[in-house]
Structures are given as C-alpha cells and as structure tokens.
Design a protein around this ligand. Structure first.
Ligand SMILES: Nc1nc2c(ncn2[C@@H]2O[C@H](COP(=O)(O)OP(=O)(O)OP(=O)(O)O)[C@@H](O)[C@H]2O)c(=O)[nH]1
Ligand code: SF4
Ligand code: SF4
Length: 298
C-alpha cells in the first residue's frame, strides 16, 4: 500500500474533516477550524470519495468536525457509506447530540469529543453566547453518548485564565462519575481572537498535573501526554509554540468546502478537491501532502 509521507518525514495517518462551518453556538474563542471562507458544503458523495481515497493511502483514523457537525442532517448517511477504519470520531458541542447518539452509533461512529469548558451554567452561557437550557442539553448529550457506547467520550475543556482554570479538579471528578467512559482533555487556547486576558501558561498547568499524576502515557499523535490522576485520565493538547506537537502531526485536514489543508494554521497552500473526480483525487492528495510543513519548527 502506498502511504503518504511529507517532506518532513511525517506519514499521514489521520484525516480531520470539517463538514460544515455553521454552528449553533458562538464561543468567545472560536477559531472556526481554520476555514477558508464560507462556501458550499461538500456533498455526502464528495465526503465518501475523499475518505475512500485517504483510506487507500493507509489513513485509518477519521475525525469529523465543524462548525457543529450535527447541524448536518445527512451525517448518518455519510457514516454508513464510509470505508472500514480503525477509528471514526466526531467533535461536537453536543447541544443536538441526545437525539442522535444512537443513530450515529448505528451508522458506524465509534466515539465523540464534546466541548465543555465549565460545569457552571452561567459561565457556560457566557463562553458560548447561548441562552438558558443549552447547558442541560449538553449534559443530556454526554449521558446519551455514554449510553449509546460512543466511548470513551472526551470532554474538551479550553483553559481560560481566571474563567475556568480553577475547575480542573471538579471536571476530573465529573469524569470519574462515568467510570472510565468519560475522559478529560485540556486544551491550550489558540488565541486567534486577541483575548490576552484568557491566555494561560499551559506549560505550568501541565507541570502541575504531572506532579500529582501516578502514571503518564504518550500518544503518537502530537506526542500528547495523558496523565492518570486518582483513577481519572486527562489528556493535554498544547499546540502553541510547540515544535514537538507539530513534528508529530500526522493529520491532513479537509475544510467544509472541500479543500485539502496541509496545516490548520497555514492558509495559502490548500488543494481544492471539491469538484475533483475519484480518478483525480489520489494525485491531489499527493500534492497536498507534499506541501505539508510543520507550523512550529526549529
Ligand atoms: N494546532 C492544532 N490544533 C489541533 C490539532 N488537532 C487538534 N487540535 C486542537 O485540539 C482540540 C481538540 O481537538 P478534537 O477535535 O477534540 O480532536 P483531537 O483531540 O485532536 O482528536 P482525538 O484525540 O483523536 O479525539 C481542538 O481545539 C483542536 O483545534 C492540530 O493538528 N493542530
Ligand atoms: S462550538 Fe465549536 S465551532 Fe461552535 S462556536 Fe464553539 S468553538 Fe466554534
Ligand atoms: S499547527 Fe502543527 S499540529 Fe497543527 S496542523 Fe499545523 S503542523 Fe499540525
């Protein structure tokens, strides 16, 4: 099998595909997944063709994201048509998850990551710019995901200085209640919106977790660390100015309008596959991977 390796020796093993730029929330820090303009969303046929070709190149993990991917009612239609892969996951805000969890699982989704920055409903409303009742829908979504077996459910918590950085212990306790089915993922803020008041020293936070952890595991992707703290697992995503993170990036991105994007943070080297035929796709993949450059490097 031909695999795709970029000029920096990084073999592409995973695809991160945005299927819509639309969202039903408006988070204060949203980076819109590095999208390039608002244009037409890919059809289910295009999504399936792209994933098929990726899997022929040995890509065995797929992450579907947005915007909010559950705004697409045809997500299950796409999932049932995808090729066999090791891991198919979805990143969602979970507002609409409760009623879709079972159908997503039946359609072949393995697991979900759910954005939840706080356990305080008022703070949640402030961070996501939403109205009362939304927070409870997210909690319902988490329960439904666990019940449907979309596990492990990862809770994505973006660390925001003086806003939620005092809630890490509470979040860990919340995950413990799910007995291993829910794990916490702490994310360093990528500050595209110029919010200096929320910037945090993520290295320091990570060091404090290390100090109280009983075990540390290292993932292949980004060499991310996972800390075990009193039986709970917490993964740390620290992408800012982190050469090790980028050196171990094995993901190719696809934007909602069908651009292969060599890096989340580089906007001028994407390859348009929105209208490509199946026959044209392999060469377009080779071209995109040949343009991959680690955003942070020595
Ligand atoms: N800079 C950068 N940030 C990333 C990358 N991958 C994920 N992130 C950030 O990490 C956060 C969590 O991403 P998720 O969509 O939940 O997925 P993930 O944790 O990367 O993937 P899994 O561990 O496979 O579930 C998001 O805020 C992403 O923007 C990456 O390749 N580069
Ligand atoms: S839920 Fe995600 S995509 Fe939607 S506004 Fe928040 S960060 Fe952005
Ligand atoms: S910023 Fe780094 S880790 Fe993120 S996509 Fe670009 S190279 Fe990969």
């Amino acid at each position: 099998m031909e695999v795709l390796t970029d000029p920096y020796g990084r073999t592409v093993r995973s695809l991160r595909m945005s299927i819509t730029d639309r969202c039903n929330l408006n988070c204060i820090y949203c980076h819109n997944e590095g999208h390039i303009g608002h244009s037409k969303e890919m059809s289910v046929d295009t999504i399936v063709n792209i994933v098929d070709v990726a899997s022929q190149f040995g890509v065995n993990r797929l992450k579907l994201s947005g915007g909010e991917p559950l705004l697409r009612k045809d997500l299950e239609d796409a999932l049932v048509r995808l090729p066999e892969m090791r891991d198919v996951s979805l990143t969602t805000n979970a507002v609409l998850l409760r009623d879709r969890a079972s159908s997503l699982r039946e359609a072949g989704l393995n697991r979900v990551n759910i954005s939840l920055d706080t356990l305080d409903p008022e703070k949640y409303n402030m961070i996501t710019n939403c109205g009362n009742g939304t927070f409870d829908k997210v909690l319902d979504g988490i329960h439904a995901a666990v019940d449907a077996g979309l596990t492990p459910v990862k809770l994505n918590m973006v660390l925001l200085k003086d806003l939620n950085d005092n809630e890490i212990a509470d979040m860990l306790e919340f995950t413990r209640n799910y007995g291993g089915n829910v794990i916490l993922q702490l994310i360093e803020l990528m500050d595209f919106r110029d919010l200096p008041q929320y910037r945090i020293n993520a290295r320091e936070v990570e060091q404090s977790l290390l100090n109280v952890s009983s075990d540390v595991k290292v993932r292949e992707l980004h060499k991310r660390k996972k800390y075990i703290i009193d039986g709970a697992e917490v993964e740390f995503v620290r992408p800012v100015d982190n050469t090790e993170f980028c050196a171990n990036c094995n993901r190719l991105r696809v934007t909602a309008d069908g651009q292969l994007k060599p890096c989340l943070l580089i906007n001028d080297n994407h390859v348009d596959v929105a209208n490509a035929t199946r026959e044209e796709l392999p060469d377009l993949f080779r071209s995109a991977v040949s343009k991959r450059v680690p955003f942070c490097r020595n």
